[in-house]
Structures are given as structure tokens and as C-alpha cells.
Design a protein around this ligand. Structure first.
Ligand SMILES: Nc1ncnc2c1ncn2[C@@H]1O[C@H](COP(=O)(O)OP(=O)(O)OP(=O)(O)O)[C@@H](O)[C@H]1O
Ligand SMILES: [Mg+2]
Length: 246
């Protein structure tokens, strides 16, 4: 379980989060909702260990270990995956090498004495996953995310989730900018990934995705505070009335 208690965080001299307390349990799915600028992306960046933010007080634990003591790499090794709202483009790193590296780290995580998978074997192995997502093999030789369309970037993130099987999957507006086909593919893949072992945390402004992925709890962020915790009926209520009748 990820447990956040009384978290206060700063970016430069601006207090971004105040007194956020919530938890994410494996086997349950969550949705974080509220308006632009309410601190949703900041919260996920703090959980994934972004150096841009400073935690003033409070705690974040993962399976009873202190997450704040861990480097971003250790956090992803502890099975936390963040899909960024703005997916970074990285020149000089080929997609194939990036995927092979994270896959090897994942294998070692599960079994420390596992040997690295070679580039040749990995290419054969990854082919079926690419086909499933309708991604051309040519992408493997391109620089990571450089010039990829929005939908292509999202599919590559889905591919990463499939490869490393994270336990806590934070999806920051994964549904924005996708055409209907890409949206359906992402949803189908999320349904496949969704299990009793993991927790999918959906940050969104749209509600279509919640018709496909069952969430157990909806958290509302307002003015950088966690305001309310509701069951999934809230998502339906907001989708019908937006925030006006809350
Ligand atoms: N590094 C930073 N320096 C200064 N202000 C920041 C920084 N990062 C975030 N903020 C501010 O903190 C507030 C919360 O931002 P955040 O990106 O978390 O909002 P959000 O809820 O994800 O919004 P959206 O729905 O638009 O994605 C915003 O006002 C933003 O400008
Ligand atoms: Mg955001």
C-alpha cells in the first residue's frame, strides 16, 4: 500500500500541496479529480520523486518502507509507475535500448541473478507486444519519444507498463489527446493490466475512461488540498453536473 500522510510540498517558494493524506491499496483503483492547477500532477511528481519539489513535512510510505528516502530509480524498482502528463522526449536513446534496459531492470528486480536479455532476443520478444498495440517495428530505432505523436507516446507508455508490471500505476491525463481508436486500445490494454495485484490511479478531466475502468475511490483535490474522498458514484455525478452542484 502507498500511504501518504499530512504531506506538504513546495516548488521553489510556492507551497503546492498542503496536508494531503490518502492511500492507494493494491487491488483497488482510484481517480483523482478537480480543476486545472489544483495540484494533481504535483502530487504524482512528488510520489515519483521529481527533484523539482521539496517535501516540507509529512510522509509517504510504500509497503511500510519510507518512499521519501528512495531515489526515483528505487521508487520505480518498488513498482511505482508514473505516466507523465507531458511525456518527455529524449534524444540519443533509442526506444529499443530504453525498453530493453527497463525490462532487464525489471527482471533483476524479480530475480537478482537473472542475466540481461540480449538485443537480438529482446527484439524478437518485443515484436508481439508491438503488434498487439499496432506500433510499427520502425519505432524501435527512433529516439525515445522524439517526434512521436501524442497517441504514439501513450501507446509506448502502455508498452512499458506491460513490460515492467508495476504495482502502482499513476496515469496523469492518459486519455487526453487520443483519437477514438487509440483511446479504445489504451482502455483495452488497461483492462488487461488491471488486476488484484495492482492499483491504477487515474488523473483525468474526462469521464469516458471511468466507464471502462472501475474505480473504488475518487479523491478530489482543490486549492492543493485533498478535499473529499468519495465512492465511484461521485465521478458519475460530476460528469453529469460538472463541479457546480458539489
Ligand atoms: N515547479 C513549479 N514552480 C511553480 N509553480 C508550480 C510548479 N509546479 C507546479 N506549480 C503550480 O502549482 C499548481 C498546481 O499545478 P499542477 O500541475 O499540479 O496542477 P494540476 O492539478 O495537475 O492541473 P492540470 O489539471 O491543469 O494538469 C499550479 O498553479 C502550478 O502552476
Ligand atoms: Mg496536471
Amino acid at each position: 500500500m502507498i500511504q501518504i500522510q499530512n504531506l506538504r510540498a513546495w516548488a521553489w517558494d510556492k507551497k503546492i500541496l498542503k496536508w494531503v493524506s490518502l492511500d492507494f491499496q493494491p487491488g483497488k483503483n482510484y481517480c483523482i479529480l478537480w480543476k486545472n492547477g489544483s495540484g494533481k500532477s504535483t502530487l504524482s511528481a512528488v510520489v515519483s520523486g521529481s527533484p523539482k519539489y521539496e517535501v516540507e513535512s509529512g510522509s509517504i510510505s510504500i509497503d511500510d518502507k519510507n518512499l521519501l528516502d528512495m531515489s526515483p530509480e528505487e521508487r520505480s524498482a518498488a513498482w511505482v509507475f508514473l505516466s507523465f502528463q507531458n511525456v518527455p522526449e529524449i534524444t540519443g536513446i533509442k526506444l529499443s535500448e530504453y525498453l530493453r534496459t527497463i525490462y532487464n531492470i525489471h527482471l533483476k528486480n524479480k530475480k537478482p541473478d537473472t542475466k540481461d536479455i540480449s538485443p537480438f532476443i529482446f527484439r524478437r520478444f518485443i515484436k508481439k507486444h508491438l503488434d498487439e498495440l499496432h506500433i510499427s517495428e520502425d519505432f524501435l530505432d527512433r529516439d525515445l519519444n522524439v517526434g512521436f505523436s501524442w497517441g504514439e507516446k501513450r501507446k509506448i507508455e502502455m508498452l512499458q507498463i506491460k513490460l515492467i508490471e508495476p504495482k502502482y500505476i499513476i496515469l496523469d491525463e492518459i486519455d487526453s489527446g487520443l483519437d477514438l481508436d487509440a483511446f479504445k486500445q489504451v482502455v483495452e490494454l488497461l483492462k488487461l493490466i488491471d488486476s488484484e495485484e495492482n492499483s491504477i490511479i487515474i488523473i483525468t478531466h474526462y469521464f469516458k475512461i471511468l466507464e471502462h475502468i472501475d474505480v473504488d475511490t475518487v479523491y478530489l483535490m482543490e486549492s492543493w488540498e485533498l478535499k473529499k474522498q468519495w465512492g465511484k458514484e461521485l465521478a458519475k455525478q460530476i460528469s453529469e453536473n460538472w463541479f457546480t452542484k458539489l
